[in-house]
Design a binder for this molecule. Structure first.
Ligand SMILES: [Zn+2]
Length: 96
């Protein structure tokens, strides 16, 4: 029962993910495209390998997808969103 309720709520916020919620992602570009549309003004979407972070089920190096304005603004740079993606399992998780 509670599962059905949660699903209804997800439909409302279709394009956002809860922190630490894993979701399947066919291709990292799909998430990047989505973030490019929703990112705050003057921020950038950066995709970068995470050399010291492995996905625990498969031990593959994960990719970080970061929405930030570091280097774009003089005052208090900020990280808005952070995702980790495993290209082997095709799973992404929202960290921030
Ligand atoms: Zn994996």
């Amino acid at each position: 029962m509670s599962k059905a309720v949660r699903r209804d709520r997800q439909v409302v916020t279709k394009d956002s993910h809860l922190p630490f919620e894993e979701f399947s992602l066919e291709n990292v570009d799909r998430l990047v495209d989505q973030l490019e549309k929703t990112k705050p003004k003057d921020s950038i979407v950066e995709v970068t390998p995470m050399e010291d972070s492995q996905h625990s089920p498969c031990f593959q190096e994960m990719t970080a997808i970061i929405v930030h304005d570091i280097g774009k603004t003089q005052e208090s740079p900020q990280i808005y969103e952070l995702y980790q993606y495993c290209p082997v399992c095709k799973m992404a998780v929202k960290v921030l």
